[in-house]
Design a protein around this ligand. Structure first.
Ligand code: PMP
Length: 374
């Protein structure tokens, strides 16, 4: 995104490689259905709020001291949660930050930087490229399939070929992928790991809990792969986006290296307390996942019935095509009080699966639009 205008004023002081870049900027608007940032629409249950308040009550008098820099209890709780999947994860394999965005930043600070190359497969989560750029890491937009019927999928051989040509230092594979909802097979991750022998391979699984039955996750691949990292977050299925807590699982030595780049005490004592309380109520915090998945499947079915082209999704959102002009439809939906996401793919919009009422509001608003939107 180079900008050839001569810099003026403060802009002239900005790093050359940031000039002309735009900040991440999903609108935050008061609307009846906010379906644009893949949050969980359900509030934190009152029982969990009560436990958070109790935990905060014990924590706040101690704010005169710095928090536990190694977030020991939280690490144990996150490791126990991940181990529920069947693959034992040890607390020394876990790292956390203020959202998985900060965890991704730590990975790029430690393994990227000037003179180094990172790649992701576009369209994907825009922050991978943005964080790479802010750390001075050269970013390559890898390709996904454009074949009808396999649209936006990744095939092992194609990924291996792209990585072989680049020899990257970091590889980002988002599964299920934002904004397409597409999950990858474990063969793709294995192929990426083999084809990029000196790269840290990051599998961004922010939406893992929404996957359909039979869709694998990469935790099972960690054993014996010291360069493999799986990132997760409490922001989506766990309904804790405002708590800002993301984490990863990886080899203990890789985790230890991340301590070189984090700011001391980066996880505040209240953040740790709130996340610990949430994890004590894992089943309750995840109790809405089934409802959200049902709305996701309903969106796919009803969008198809309306004549649009939804992409099969393993996440809590659906990307759908078949729009004459995505920006115009985005505005028309907003005028009807429904905020969705224009991710910049021509003729496509992305909608988050929320409550049944929000899904109905979205589908009704879309159905009410004139034929010029098709
Ligand atoms: N990864 C992906 C794929 C995402 O979509 C998001 C949020 N939109 C994140 C990471 C970051 O989430 P958080 O920082 O809230 O954990």
């Amino acid at each position: 995104m180079a900008d050839d205008r001569p810099p003026s004023g403060l802009r002239s002081l900005l790093r050359d490689d940031l000039r002309g870049e735009s900040p991440y900027g999903a609108p935050q608007l008061a609307v009846r259905a906010a379906l644009n940032t893949n949050e969980n629409s359900y509030p934190v249950p009152p029982e969990v709020v009560a436990d958070m308040l109790a935990e905060l009550g014990e924590t706040l008098p101690g704010l005169n001291r710095y928090p536990d820099r190694e977030f020991t209890d939280l690490r144990s709780a996150l490791a126990a949660y991940l181990s529920r999947g069947g693959e034992p994860i040890d607390p020394v394999q876990v790292w956390a930050g203020n959202g998985s965005n900060e965890v991704l930043l730590h990975l790029l600070q430690a393994f990227g930087g000037p003179g180094r190359r990172a790649i992701g497969f576009t369209p994907s989560y825009s922050m991978h490229a943005i964080i790479a750029t802010t750390t001075g890491t050269a970013w390559t937009h890898g390709r996904r399939s454009t074949e009808p019927g396999r649209l936006f999928t990744l095939a092992a051989a194609d990924v291996a070929e792209q990585l072989g040509a680049l020899d990257p230092h970091l590889v980002f594979i988002c599964s299920p992928n934002n904004p397409t909802g597409t999950a990858v097979g474990l063969d793709v991750i294995e192929a990426a790991y083999e084809a990029a022998p000196r790269a840290v391979v990051v599998v961004d699984e922010a939406y893992a809990e929404f996957a359909r039955p039979g869709t694998p996750n990469a935790l099972t691949l960690l054993a014996g792969r010291e360069r493999l990292v799986v990132t997760r977050t409490l922001s989506k299925a766990f309904a804790l986006a405002g708590g800002r807590l993301g984490y990863l699982a990886a080899d203990p030595e890789l985790v230890d290296l991340l301590r070189l780049v984090r700011m001391p005490y980066h996880l505040s004592a209240p953040s740790q307390a709130v996340a610990r309380a949430a994890l004590r109520h894992t089943d309750m915090m995840l109790s809405t996942v089934g409802v959200v998945k049902a709305q996701r499947d309903r969106l796919v079915a009803e969008l198809t019935a309306l004549g649009f082209a939804p992409v099969p999704s393993d996440a809590n959102f659906v990307l759908f095509g078949g729009l004459a002009d995505a920006a115009r439809t985005w505005q028309a939906l907003l005028d009807a009080g429904v905020l969705v996401r224009d991710v910049g793919i021509p003729h496509y919009l992305r909608v988050t699966a929320g409550t049944p009422e929000e899904t109905t509001a979205f589908l009704d608003a879309l159905a009410a639009l004139g034929p010029e939107h098709h």
